[in-house]
Design a protein around this ligand. Structure first.
Ligand code: SAM
Length: 228
């Protein structure tokens, strides 16, 4: 059964998309989306032989080899913008740095992409900052839990007129920090406790370091509305 995390990623894929799923592993996401009738076709890209083989055999087992092409390739090398007609890219289950590196490697190939759906396991600040610096506007965000882990989904579209993200937007998410869902609160309450624990270990003499953490803690308290 498909994880809730990947189901939610799939919810952001537009109807009739032509999808590239980078780091597809077992190709579960494209298989799910084709079976649902959500997408026209997909390329499942995988850079490692084992997952590539498993993606290929899963696609064949579901009889979906006509609509899902599995390619052994790194990142954006899995598609040709002139031929493949890709309009949507999903990258899930990797670190935010790696996702940004993959997107940045041949950025000219993103020209025809109308939607990126990204699910970083960490490094959200870095990824949002990359999107901002490369003319992608964040249009949707989601935070969810599954098996006691927290996941964020970031959806972005190319935009010539970017709304500038503030430092708080980059850290907490421009949409998540306004929504302040229960799960968002859980995440930042736990970050708050972690920061307080670190602060208690910093010697009183290390004034600068302490101030850095005091500032971070104040920011989190502000977002959680607990400072008053
Ligand atoms: N996307 C699936 C998910 O969210 O469940 C699989 C996530 S799995 C943790 C990450 C996958 O990305 C691995 O199968 C890995 O081989 C693949 N991967 C890592 N770097 C890649 C790259 N540059 N290009 C394509 N695939 C990559």
């Amino acid at each position: 059964k498909l994880s809730i995390r990947l189901q939610e990623v799939g919810e952001f894929v537009p109807q009739d998309a032509v999808l590239l799923d980078i780091g597809s592993d077992h190709a579960y996401l494209p298989i799910h989306l084709v079976k649902m009738g959500r997408i026209k076709s997909a390329i499942a890209g995988e850079v490692v032989q084992g997952p590539y083989d498993s993606a290929k055999s899963n696609v064949a087992a579901f009889g979906l080899s006509d609509s899902i092409t599995v390619r052994l390739a790194s990142g954006l090398a899995a598609f040709d913008p002139e031929i493949d007609g890709i309009d949507t890219i999903t990258i899930a289950g990797m670190g935010g740095h790696l996702i940004a590196d993959i997107l940045g490697e041949s950025q000219e190939k993103l020209a025809q992409i109308s939607r990126l759906i990204l699910q970083p396991n960490n490094g959200e600040w870095y990824l949002r900052n990359w999107l901002q610096a490369h003319q992608f506007q964040i249009s949707h965000e989601m935070i969810l839990t599954e098996n006691d882990k927290l996941y964020e989904i970031i959806v972005a579209c190319p935009s010539k007129t970017l709304l500038e993200l503030s430092e708080d937007d980059l850290r907490f998410g421009p949409i998540l920090r306004r929504e302040k869902s229960e799960i968002f609160r859980l995440k930042w309450q736990s970050e708050l406790r972690a920061h307080q624990a670190i602060l208690s270990q910093i010697p009183v003499s290390a004034t600068d370091k302490r101030q850095e953490f005091l500032d971070k803690i104040a920011k989190i308290e502000e977002v959680l509305d607990v400072s008053k």
